[in-house]
Design a protein around this ligand. Structure first.
Ligand code: OAD
Length: 241
């Protein structure tokens, strides 16, 4: 049996599927990943992108942070549409077979495809708030700002995304652990699994069917019942659902 047939069989036989993904899920929608061959971390900047996307850098250099964030993260996302991977996962939830999408992505494409239970480990670009008065702002407040976006009260508006040095949301962590520990099939895709604590949540999986779908090899390939080296949109798009 080839890999696609095995994946189809696993899916047909499961009813508590959890998908755990990262930036590679959105590359087929035209959003660059971080560590893949064309990823953002290979670009040359005045500062390295992991530094730019850190809490202390945001506080010290909001202009440089927003230049990068606007250019590389917000603007490419504004026109992006869900791809076949997002759509297949939304369909699996609709069929009552998938309980949660756990994502490190902040682009909101899973929800745009129709997924409802999306656990966003690293927050979302769609929520923003004033650091001074807490006022909430939509993405437009960022995407249409020239330079650093400010609140009416004068405070700086910060995206509700988890920057390096910042903790993950406790509720999202417990929902993630609960979903993964109860899953009968865990599909991991489009993630390098190099960022913690996000990657560590996979260890809560108790089942025997771990599937990894990724272009590059990952440290979890050896634990997987099935690994597929391919584009996740092409792979999930072939499923008969
Ligand atoms: P990475 O950029 O580290 O990894 C993306 C992985 O997806 C790579 O292994 C690619 O080979 C693979 N990939 C790319 N396109 C693919 C496709 N179409 N199909 C299958 N695989 C594909 O992204 P993440 O693992 O999400 O955090 O990175 C984790 C975190 O690092 C991000 O959430 C972000 C970043 O710094 C923060 O900003 C806090």
């Amino acid at each position: 049996m080839d890999s696609m047939q095995t994946l189809q069989q696993y899916i047909d036989q499961s009813s508590r599927i959890v998908f755990f993904g990262g930036a590679g899920v959105s590359t087929e929608s035209g959003i660059k990943d971080f560590r893949g061959v064309d990823g953002l971390y290979h670009l040359k900047y005045k500062y390295n992108p992991e530094t730019i996307l850190s809490h202390s850098f945001f506080l010290r250099h909001p202009e440089d942070f927003y230049e990068f964030y606007q250019d590389k993260i917000v603007q490419p996302t504004l026109t992006a549409q869900p791809n076949a991977a997002h759509c297949a996962l939304a369909r699996l939830e609709e069929l009552g077979k998938l309980t949660a999408v756990v994502t490190q992505n902040i682009d909101g494409l899973h929800q745009m495809a129709g997924s409802r239970n999306v656990l966003e480990l690293h927050g979302t670009i769609h929520r923003n708030y004033c650091m001074q008065c807490g006022q909430a702002y939509p993405l437009e407040a960022i995407s249409q700002a020239d330079g650093v976006p400010h609140c009416q009260c004068g405070g700086i508006i910060k995206p509700d995304v988890v920057l390096y040095e910042e903790p993950l949301n406790d509720t999202v962590i417990s929902q993630t652990i609960q979903a993964i520990s109860q899953a009968d099939l865990l599909i991991v895709g489009g993630t390098s699994l190099t960022v913690y604590p996000a990657a560590s949540f996979l260890d809560f999986y108790q089942g025997s069917r771990l599937v990894v779908i990724n272009l590059d090899i990952t440290s979890y390939d050896s634990k997987a019942a099935l690994t597929i080296n391919g584009k996740i949109g092409e792979v999930l798009g072939q499923l008969k659902l």
